[in-house]
Design a protein around this ligand. Structure first.
Ligand SMILES: Cc1cc2nc3c(=O)[nH]c(=O)nc-3n(C[C@H](O)[C@H](O)[C@H](O)COP(=O)(O)O)c2cc1C
Length: 214
């Protein structure tokens, strides 16, 4: 058994503050995107696309929108949670080397997508698997990725000229990093910790676990 994949999975981190902004060589970027593009997909529909956003003006506009949405979320929190949240950085949009916006097009593959007739979300699951491949490949290359979801889909669609039927699923801050933290940011800042694996494993039927509602 090769332990390298497990090592990469363990090292992968969501990155916000550690981006250096150095350019990523084109061949490395293509290798990572190729890994994403090899993801499994329902009915081989490959419903993803990757929009590479390098333009600083576009990135600043998106960063400002994310700051507004961060305020919206902060405003929904009780005081002690808000204090914790205020210390947490949620994006590295302008500091990263580039943005990779991953989109999902449900109509890709036509009307008879094999395996999707009963579960429409299977299409979206496929796009998310491409993101996970990208994230792990980037980690293997010594790069960082930070998923940003503090945005309204229509805003990002308009900003990047994404067609109406296509969903922007993630803005990924992507690029060179000084280092990867060993403990997730949310845990380091006392927002939330990991759930024990034993609580996520069920034998035959669903059993309620202590951390189910935590
Ligand atoms: C669907 C999704 C959306 C996320 N959105 C954000 C986000 O907007 N901002 C952020 O800082 N992290 C975001 N994250 C990262 C999570 O906070 C992070 O994965 C989690 O805290 C565990 O940390 P780790 O990825 O470093 O192990 C997102 C992750 C996922 C899977």
């Amino acid at each position: 058994m090769s332990t390298q994949l497990y090592d990469v999975i363990a090292r992968r981190r969501d990155v916000r503050a550690e981006f250096t902004g150095e350019p990523v060589p084109d061949d490395v970027l293509l290798r990572v995107l190729d890994a994403a593009h090899r993801a499994p997909s329902v009915g081989m529909s490959q419903p993803w696309d990757f929009v590479l956003v390098r333009d600083p003006a576009l990135r600043r506009t998106f960063r400002d929108h994310v700051a507004t949405e961060r305020d919206v979320f902060a405003g929904s929190l009780p005081p002690e949670r808000r204090e914790t949240f205020d210390r947490i950085k949620v994006e590295g949009i302008c500091e990263s080397s580039l943005g990779v916006v991953v989109t999902h097009t449900q109509s890709r593959g036509g009307t008879h997508v094999l395996g999707r007739h009963a579960i429409a979300d299977a299409g979206l699951y496929s796009t998310v698997l491409a993101i996970q491949n990208l994230w792990l490949a980037a980690t293997a290359e010594g790069l960082g990725v930070g998923w940003v979801s503090f945005y309204r889909e229509d805003f990002l669609r308009d900003l990047l000229g994404i067609p109406e039927e296509t969903r922007p699923v993630a803005w990924l801050c992507f690029g060179t990093v000084s280092h990867l933290e060993t403990v997730p940011d949310l845990e380091r800042h006392g927002w939330r910790s990991r759930r024990p694996l034993a609580d996520a494993i069920h034998e035959n039927t669903w059993q309620m676990k202590e951390t189910d509602h935590a």
